[in-house]
Design a protein around this ligand. Structure first.
Ligand code: UD1
Length: 423
């Protein structure tokens, strides 16, 4: 069993680079299909889902190969298929994002229905109804989605909630539709802006990302480009919370506060000093932390659900009580039981969790329950006395290129022990 061994209780001090954003690179890799050309994607994080996306592209007849550490070269001139196997779809949770891109490129697409995940059900009804509005016929038999469109036509689509994945899928499909598509009540996340910037670099006409209305003038042939993926704001939030938890001073190169302002605002309220500039964010925590006003997760620009567990871990030893309210996913307090094993005091009731600060935390054997919940255990471990052993690392590996490398660069005492391979 692979595990992290974290010895807590010492201050952090150091600098690290922030990897490229997982949630940007996945839709961008799907978007390369729209170009029928060569794309050089820089700042690609080395993650399993990125490799799975590259395998999907290869299965469709494209070339995708790494050059150096973080550059992925993709050549989508030769597309030979429009179906993604069940096995590949299962490997990558966000495989649904390929639906719109394959449909726009080939006029048809076949993908397995993505199931739920550890956060609860992950419906894609908004993706499918939007694709239908653009002219796709979709059938769903035996867990396989078959989409076909002899002609995609732009029109106004109103999303009933600002889904990130649906907004991205529809942006990609709309690039292949004739005329103008308007997506109203679109998600406003920075990753949507990154996707727009990538599409624009390929010659697409896409406007409004970052606001609630995204407009696509479709039907233009797109060309390849060289593009650098934005830094991962949730990885940056993790390391800011690590500094808040352990104390000390860290500098995160490439991190951009404009993507993270709800998180930095809470950290300042809790007592950290956070400064942007010199191409990154610095965070210092000298004294103790205080509890903060209720933290309610919401679509961007609200507090990100992906940072909820991580912030909660940073506040376990704060003075007073903080209320969290999780409004995005059903099953997002699974880290609480594990944090409790370390001595945390957290009461969960429905969507709410109340964290009452404790004097000390103690190291314990804990298991990652999901990606950000796993990162939260590491953040808490940095402030715990003694040794914490974190297992089930497959979750953390889905979103952090090398957590040990980064936390060590920030001065943490952390090591990884790999499972012995069976003889
Ligand atoms: C993306 C992020 C994920 C983040 C989430 C919310 C990626 C790869 N993942 O996920 O890390 O936690 O945004 O910020 O970018 N919904 C529906 N029907 C749909 C689509 C969504 O009911 O068709 C619901 C979901 O169940 C959820 C809410 O809408 O409750 C938000 O989901 P969405 O914004 O689509 O998240 P993802 O794109 O899946």
């Amino acid at each position: 069993m692979s595990q992290l061994i974290i010895r807590g209780g010492s201050r952090l001090e150091g600098e690290t680079d922030i990897q490229g954003a997982k949630n940007s690179v996945l839709p961008i890799l799907a978007a390369t299909l729209l170009t029928a050309d060569q794309v050089e994607l820089r700042g690609c994080p080395r993650l399993r889902d990125v490799d799975a996306s590259a395998r999907i592209l290869r299965a469709l007849g494209c070339e995708a190969r790494w050059e150096g550490e973080n550059t992925l070269l993709v050549d989508t001139r030769q597309v030979q298929g429009c179906a993604v196997s069940d096995q590949l779809c299962r490997e990558m949770r966000s495989s649904a994002i390929f639906l719109g891109a394959i449909l726009a490129r080939c006029g048809q697409a076949e993908l397995s229905y993505p199931g739920g995940c550890e956060l609860g059900p992950r419906p894609i009804d908004l993706h499918l109804s939007g694709l239908r509005e653009l002219g796709a016929e979709i059938s769903d038999a035996g867990g396989v989605l078959r989409c076909r469109a002899s002609r995609l036509c732009g029109r106004e689509i109103v999303l009933s909630l600002p889904s990130v994945g649906a907004t991205e899928n529809l942006m990609l499909t709309a690039c292949g539709a004739s005329g103008i598509t308007t997506i109203a009540n679109a998600a406003r996340e920075p990753e949507i802006v990154d996707l727009q910037d990538f599409l624009t670099a390929c010659g697409a006409r896409v406007f409004g990302a970052g606001t609630s209305t995204v407009t696509v003038e479709g039907g233009r042939p797109l060309h390849g480009c060289t593009y650098t993926v934005m830094p991962d704001r949730i990885v940056a939030a993790t390391y800011l919370c690590a500094a808040a938890s352990a104390g000390g001073e860290v500098f995160l190169r490439r991190a951009r506060e404009e993507h993270l302002s709800t998180v930095t605002a809470v950290l300042r309220e809790a007592g950290c000093r956070v400064c942007s500039g010199r191409g990154g964010i610095a965070c210092t925590r000298e004294g103790g932390l205080s509890a903060v006003r209720p933290v309610r997760t919401a679509p961007y620009p609200g507090f990100p659900t992906d940072a909820q567990a991580i912030l909660m871990a940073a506040l376990l030893k704060s003075r007073g009580a903080t209320v969290f309210e999780e409004n995005m996913f059903e099953n997002r307090y699974r880290h609480v039981d594990e944090l409790t094993r370390m001595g945390a005091s957290i009461r969960v009731s429905g969507r709410a969790a109340v964290v009452s600060g404790v004097r000390s935390l103690r190291g314990a054997p804990v298991r990652c329950t999901d990606l950000r919940g796993g990162a939260a255990l590491c953040v808490a471990a940095l402030a715990a006395e003694g040794e914490t052993l974190v297992s089930e690392l497959c979750h953390i590996d889905r979103g952090y290129e090398d957590l040990v490398r980064d936390l060590r660069a920030l001065g943490a005492n952390i090591a990884r022990e790999e499972a012995e391979l069976p003889a």
